[in-house]
Design a protein around this ligand. Structure first.
Ligand SMILES: [Zn+2]
Ligand SMILES: [Zn+2]
Length: 261
């Protein structure tokens, strides 16, 4: 629905895979502006979309993207984004997931009580290349989504203020309305394509790559295990073959629960 194939298809074309857009209403799997809550994890939502895409197109493989944005877990006043791309071979059940973190996403929101504060919000968003959403604080449904011109914005803010005295302003996170998000999805697609081009050393299935990380990097001063990443686990989701790749170096004592409790 949101034109992501423009960012994804070129990467897949390079490895000889043609991406066809599936005509399905993906809003039923959840929306960013909250009208429909997402069920389950990001991977669950992407898997449902990929399966639906395979059904609609009649193709054996479904590809779906899912994003989640919110406060940074360590620095709550900074936003952080997670993007996920899922490849599902519906004939074998073979699933390959590639994820990416965006430390500088175009993601922001504010509740304002005056048109002046609303305009101040716009000034820091990258508007109009970056679209915004205006919601009344009472109503769940937005007054207007995908706003990219000042007149529509002013009108929507006035309407929300008239309804509840407050307007909830948000960055529109839909990919076609959020150039930063579209670029990140493109980069992620490049990684997934490269991964699909990497055969498993044990069974030759496509998609050998990083599955997870393992914490426990050793402190440089006292050799205690820290919460930092000690190794990456690469593997094959077809045959379960895995390789553990330890990371070089030691943890700074600042991250050590023993040296710096
Ligand atoms: Zn394998
Ligand atoms: Zn230590």
């Amino acid at each position: 629905m949101h034109g992501k194939e423009a960012a994804i298809a070129p990467h897949f074309a390079r490895i000889g895979i043609t991406v066809e857009r599936a005509a399905i209403d993906t809003d039923r799997f959840g929306t960013f502006s909250g009208e429909i809550a997402r069920m389950g994890t990001m991977a669950d939502a992407a898997r449902s979309k990929a399966r639906a895409a395979a059904e609609v197109t009649g193709l054996p493989v479904g590809l779906a993207s899912e994003g989640a944005y919110g406060p940074h877990p360590v620095i709550p006043f900074l936003p952080i984004g997670q993007e996920l791309l899922l490849w599902l071979d519906t004939e074998t059940g073979h699933e390959i997931i590639e994820t990416m973190t965006d430390e500088r996403p175009s993601y922001d929101q504010q509740i304002v009580t005056s048109p002046k504060d609303a305009v101040a919000f716009l000034a820091r968003t990258g508007f109009p290349a970056q679209a915004v959403i205006v919601q009344s604080v009472q109503a769940m449904a937005p007054v207007a989504k995908g706003i990219t011109d000042p007149a529509t914005f002013d009108k929507a803010v006035a309407q929300a203020l008239a309804q509840s005295g407050q307007a909830h302003l948000q960055i529109d996170m839909r990919a076609h309305m959020n150039p930063r998000r579209m670029a990140v999805i493109g980069e992620l697609a490049g990684r997934l394509a490269a991964r699909l081009n990497t055969p498993c050393p044990a069974c030759a299935a496509p998609g050998f790559g990083r599955l997870r990380t393992v914490a426990g990097l050793i402190c440089r001063d006292c050799e205690t295990e820290t919460g930092l990443i000690a190794a990456d686990v690469h593997g094959c989701t077809a045959c379960r073959h895995e390789v553990v790749l330890p990371r070089a170096g030691f943890a700074d004592p600042a991250h050590c629960p023993s040296c710096n409790p």
